[in-house]
Design a protein around this ligand. Structure first.
Ligand code: ZN
Length: 182
């Protein structure tokens, strides 16, 4: 008796046409750009909420492979007496708990500010597929500004990076926050 090998089934599944493949590439890109704007707008709301709590205004949204929102978090190191409580780390923790796995393949992280080295490292650890950030961070940005951890070929995982989505809005929020504090 010949049992089909598991591998051959997987190949068959992968070859089955999916809806998106039928759309012209530009249409798919358009949908992606729309999603990017929507999720970044939500991240901006979370950043404003963090600001109301006296935190540096940064917000993050983690979206699953099917487009479902897994976590929405603002920056909270002051409130939680925790230097690691950046919006991205909090979102990874929340999503990991929600799906019961510390690895989150196929997910997209939306964050209003370019991640720092700690958060960029966490994105690699969690196997996040894509990062979309708003404003670049010339002081501690680890995704192209100061250093570039995510496009380094030394790691066994790579994260697709897209910066500059609603960057003006994201940067203005931070500028106003620091202007008031000075
Ligand atoms: Zn960070």
């Amino acid at each position: 008796m010949t049992r089909p090998r598991r591998g051959s089934n997987e190949t068959a599944n992968r070859q089955r046409p999916v809806e998106q493949d039928d759309l012209p590439e530009r249409a798919v890109k358009g949908i992606e750009a729309e999603d990017d704007l929507r999720h970044m707008t939500r991240a901006l709301e979370l950043a404003r909420q963090a600001q109301e709590q006296g935190e540096v205004p940064v917000g993050a949204v983690l979206v699953g492979p099917e487009g479902d929102v897994l976590a929405e978090c603002g920056n909270a190191p002051i409130a939680s007496d925790d230097a690691t409580a950046h919006a991205e780390i909090r979102a990874l923790r929340e999503a990991g708990r929600a799906v019961g796995n510390y690895r989150l393949p196929g997910t997209t992280m939306y964050v209003t500010l370019e991640p720092c080295p700690m958060c960029a490292g966490a994105l690699l650890q969690a196997r996040v597929a894509r990062l979309v950030f708003g404003a670049p961070d010339p002081r501690t940005g680890a995704c192209g500004s100061v250093i570039d951890l995510l496009r380094d070929n030394s790691w066994n995982h790579r994260v697709d990076v897209e910066g500059g989505v609603l960057s003006e809005e994201c940067a203005t929020l931070l500028r106003e926050f620091f202007a008031v504090r000075r």
